[in-house]
Design a protein around this ligand. Structure first.
Ligand code: CP3
Length: 323
């Protein structure tokens, strides 16, 4: 599940309190290993996802990043005419604790459990780098792209290069596959989607595979909807994540023939629980279970979801749904 190690688990909240802040958790290999393993112990998922955050990349590029309690991520916004503030020279040195966590998690996981690494896609990272925080419509980054297209291209170049190095290092440290999260891809128009969601991710995929032949890479362009087939063909991702708004018949007919899909139950069903979980599982399996499917949520689990609802979902998926 996306965000499977998170605040809906009491054991996560306890470890986070022990670690201090959220970034302390991310940069401590021992704590990051512990919270990555917690949902595997509890639910026996087929895959673990490295516990970290997409914003460790801007942080490792030298941007000031912090997580204010109850406020989400904050960064000192960077002007596009001051891009030299981002310094790639010490990237992997600064991310060394995360790479140590990958190796330690791989060593601790059962052999049959997949370990996923990840990074944020350049466009989604840019929305936080430019605005300094989450925004409702990614207005600051969209406006920056329209007013300073050359500088925006330079920012994409820096983030593509950093992402290739970071993902290759994760794969070399023991990740079995990696996922590229483009949470805000859906905020772009056609031209923007091509330039900022498709092209940079295609370059990352090619760059990673040049160094790790056959690397398995899952794309998650949230909100891509009817653009999914084009995204898959152009980026050459191995599999693609679907958000819960994606029309199931469209995904079955136009995406699944190209690549395996991952998704896409509405995470709020895990807040409501009971029948809402059963119907959600059944819908996904009925629509997409006839082709290659990695059952997952359509976005991250929320803090108010319950562990009981997650257990119910896992049991129903493993039983094959309503049948
Ligand atoms: O999926 C996993 O279990 C791995 C860990 C993971 C986290 N963040 C942990 C986290 C992953 C893959 C991410 C990715 C991430 N981070 C994305 C892309 C995927 C998505 O969910 O859209 C984005 C946009 C971010 C940036 C970010 N980090 C936000 C917007 C927030 C606040 C969210 C919230 O619910 O408050 C974070 C913090 C964060 N990242 C938490 C976790 C478990 C909550 C931190 C806490 O309070 O303990």
């Amino acid at each position: 599940m996306m965000r499977q190690a998170g605040r809906y688990l009491p054991e996560y909240r306890a470890t986070r309190a022990e670690a201090g802040g959220f970034l302390d958790l991310c940069y401590s290999p021992a704590f990051a290993t512990e919270v990555t393993l917690q949902p595997i112990r509890r639910f026996g998922f087929d895959a673990a996802i490295l516990f970290s955050d997409i914003l460790v990349v801007p942080h490792a590029l030298g941007q000031h990043v912090w997580f204010a309690e109850g406020e989400g991520p904050r960064l000192d916004p960077i002007d596009l005419d001051r891009l030299d503030a981002l310094d790639p020279t010490r990237l992997l040195e600064r991310l060394a604790p995360v790479l140590d966590a990958v190796a330690s998690i791989r060593a601790a996981l059962p052999a049959e459990t997949t370990l996923l690494g990840f990074c944020g896609a350049p466009w989604t990272l840019a929305t936080y780098i430019i605005a300094g925080r989450g925004t409702p419509d990614q207005g600051p980054a969209r406006k920056a792209a329209l007013t300073h297209p050359a500088a925006m291209d330079r920012l994409m170049d820096v983030l593509v290069e950093a992402s290739v190095r970071y993902l290759v290092a994760q794969l070399q440290a023991g990740a079995d596959a990696v996922q590229i999260f483009d949470t805000w891809a859906g905020a772009l128009d056609d031209a923007g989607f091509e330039r900022y969601a498709v092209e940079p991710v295609a370059r990352i995929v090619a760059g990673v595979r040049a160094l790790v032949p056959g690397a398995r890479i899952i794309g998650f362009p949230k909100g891509a909807s009817a653009r999914l087939p084009d995204y898959v063909r152009r980026t050459k991702v191995t599999a693609v994540g679907l958000d819960w708004q994606t029309p199931a018949a469209f995904a079955r007919d136009h995406v699944q023939p190209l690549v395996p899909v991952q998704g896409n139950m509405d995470p709020l069903r895990l807040v409501v629980g009971g029948e809402a979980v059963d119907r959600g599982v059944d819908q996904v399996l009925a629509a997409l279970g006839g082709g290659p499917l990695i059952f997952n949520l359509g976005h991250g689990i929320t803090p108010d979801a319950t562990p009981e609802a997650v257990a119910r979902m896992v049991a129903r998926v493993r039983a094959g749904g309503a049948g």
